[in-house]
Write a protein that binds this ligand. Structure first.
Ligand SMILES: NC(=O)c1ccc[n+]([C@@H]2O[C@H](COP(=O)([O-])OP(=O)(O)OC[C@H]3O[C@@H](n4cnc5c(N)ncnc54)[C@H](OP(=O)(O)O)[C@@H]3O)[C@@H](O)[C@H]2O)c1
Length: 241
């Protein structure tokens, strides 16, 4: 039987690269979505050297033409998509408190984290519908949790990134709404909180590795037939919204 096909956006580095590696280790053919094709190809070289079947695909989630071309390429080469991991995201430069954030900073974050995620998902849905039991995983964060941020004793309540936090709560809503829309189709849609990891985004002053962060997304991408849908999970289990 052919390998299952998984597309990970923003997979040239960080948690996305580790998600691709762990899916590759499980026998998936991994498509490394990268806005810079050369960076994607460098990542593929490393994965292939480790025995993983991988290919780079140019994919800037904020560019409609790039998203459409990526979907067309996957359709031609594979005819379906078994797993979509919406991992690409940014913390826009200048992201700060609600009282101070610049509208352009807010727009930049939403363009990638929300609109880009929806546009990739829409483009890939016809291919996901062709797979037997497709899985969609959206990368979220505990910084999107109203329960965590609403608790003054919680670390998350002190983080002043109005653009990032609110864009990720939009990701949570999209996850639940799409899960509802696709209920009964066999496609499961869930959100993953990797925890704060040592990446360019997370900063290097944290002991948690991107490989550790990737594990929950891989678990959600490989859920069995009766798996849950429309939920947010960390490695500890289901999280409150
Ligand atoms: N690190 C953490 O502590 C942490 C915690 C909670 C949640 N998360 C979530 O986990 C995911 C991965 O984070 P990370 O820490 O691995 O971040 P990262 O190291 O900054 O990597 C982000 C990836 O997204 C790509 N990207 C950014 N904008 C893009 C665009 N327009 N089109 C396509 N790709 C784009 C980047 O590409 P370039 O290399 O070209 O920039 C890179 O490959 C994100 O969704 C993040 O919100 C991270």
């Amino acid at each position: 039987m052919n390998n299952k096909i998984a597309l990970v956006t923003g997979a040239n580095k960080g948690i996305g690269f580790q998600i691709a590696q762990q899916l590759g280790d499980r026998g998936y053919t991994v498509l490394i979505g990268s806005r810079d094709l050369a960076r994607g190809e460098a990542a593929v070289k490393e994965l292939v050297a480790g025995g993983i079947e991988a290919a780079a695909i140019q994919l800037d989630v904020t560019e409609e033409s790039s998203v459409r071309a990526a979907a067309a390429q996957i359709g031609e080469r594979h005819g379906r998509l078994d797993v979509l991991v919406n991992n690409a995201a940014i913390i826009a430069d200048g992201d700060t408190a609600v009282s101070e954030i610049d509208a352009d900073v807010l727009r930049r974050g939403y363009e990638t984290n929300v609109i880009g995620l929806i546009s990739v998902t829409q483009a890939m849905l016809p291919l996901l519908r062709k797979a037997e039991r497709a899985r969609i995983v959206n990368l979220s964060t505990e910084l999107s949790s109203l329960t965590a941020v609403g608790n003054p004793a919680h670390r998350a309540s002190t983080v002043k990134m109005a653009g990032y936090n609110s864009s990720k709560i939009a990701v949570n809503m999209i996850t639940v709404m799409l899960a509802n829309e696709l209920r009964g189709t066999g496609i499961l849609v869930n959100a993953a909180d990797p925890g704060r990891c040592a990446t360019e985004m997370g900063g290097l002053d944290t002991p948690r590795t991107p490989a550790e962060g990737a594990a929950v997304a891989v678990r959600l991408a490989t859920l069995g037939e009766n798996g849950h849908t429309g939920e947010l999970h960390s490695e500890a289990g289901r999280l409150p919204w």
